[in-house]
Design a binder for this molecule. Structure first.
Ligand code: NAP
Length: 292
């Protein structure tokens, strides 16, 4: 299939590489031209704009940051909608507000483009391995068109429902992972400040009901004090804001998410925004009178 890929950051680069490895004909575009180089070296073609990329594709995928970025590459000047390619399927795999995804879908439909929201979970490791969990909202016809591309990037691919449903699933995912990373950091900081080796505590917890992938993977990185992103803290702040904004719109009580969102606000305010979300451990250490 002829696929166009927009946004070649921590996640987008390995996802695009897996599409190439899957035998698809790939064209890429990135805001900073140097981001395209690893893909061009691997055999992709480069395009001058999202519109030019869409003009030579059957499927366009974006992996950028937030809703205004998706709007810009899909609907802005020289965006995908300007390609004049009716019948095209466009897929956004970034994490954005469900309401924003629905609005983008209806505006693209007016240009004859079918849009899927298809955010992912699994982090950089899952993107490199091609084992991401992909949560999809939109029409069944567009889902069927995108399926061969999804199969190159993901392991668990679920068509959750209509437009926006993928982003609702992703927001739910971010509740679990946001709260999870905070609780693992709390537990390890608690062990350390109680004078017990947190590595041994993690090992003990891994065999019981406290087991989680977050305890296993993020817990180990906390012990290694490896704060290189991964998943930047400001991105998790963005995602908790999506959760809280949706809760506000729906009149929902999400007390644990609210507390977690405040912690991610504090991370950005403390200058930890560009570090991995596991640097929440540093914030807890500082708040507990430690060095952090
Ligand atoms: P990243 O490394 O910062 O990459 C984002 C890329 O999007 C950058 O290359 C950036 O270009 C590009 N971009 C942003 N705004 C743009 C715009 N307006 N126009 C054109 N390009 C734009 O972030 P990431 O970690 O790959 O995350 C990407 C998305 O996936 C986010 O929505 C995030 O929430 C989600 N996500 C991330 C993870 C993870 O573990 N990292 C896991 C699941 C989901 P420049 O290089 O020019 O800045």
């Amino acid at each position: 299939m002829r696929i166009g890929f927009i946004g070649l950051g921590i996640m987008g680069r390995p996802m695009a590489l897996n599409l190439l490895r899957g035998g698809h004909q790939l064209t890429v575009w990135a805001r900073r031209a140097e981001s395209m180089q690893p893909l061009l070296d691997a055999g992709a073609s480069g395009a001058a704009s999202p519109a030019a990329l869409a003009a030579q594709a059957d499927l366009v995928i974006s992996m950028v940051a937030d809703a205004p970025d998706v709007e810009q590459v899909m609907l802005g000047e020289n965006g995908v909608a300007g390609s004049g390619r009716t019948g095209l399927v466009a897929v956004d795999m970034s994490t954005i507000r469900p309401a924003a995804a629905r609005a983008i879908a209806s505006r693209l439909l007016a240009s004859g483009i079918d849009f899927l929201d298809a955010p992912v979970s699994g982090g950089e490791v899952g993107a490199v391995a091609g084992t991401l969990s992909i949560m999809v909202g939109g029409s069944s016809a567009a889902f069927d068109t995108a399926q061969p591309a999804f199969a190159c990037m993901g392991g668990n691919i679920v068509h959750v429902g209509d437009s926006g449903a993928g982003q609702v699933a992703k927001a739910a995912n971010q509740i679990v992972t946001g709260v999870g990373v905070l609780t693992v950091a709390e537990a390890l900081n608690f062990a350390a400040r109680s004078g017990v080796d947190p590595a041994r505590v993690r090992e003990a917890l891994l065999g019981g009901f406290a087991y989680s992938k977050i305890l296993e993977n993020h817990g180990q990185r906390m012990l290694d004090r490896n704060f290189k992103p991964g998943f930047k803290s400001w991105m998790h702040q963005k995602d908790m804001n999506i959760v809280m904004q949706s809760a506000h719109e729906l009149g929902l009580c999400l007390p644990v998410s609210a507390a977690t969102a405040q912690m991610f606000n504090a991370m950005v305010g403390s200058g930890l925004g560009e570090e991995d979300s596991i640097a929440i451990l540093k914030l807890l250490e500082r708040l507990s009178g430690g060095e952090g």
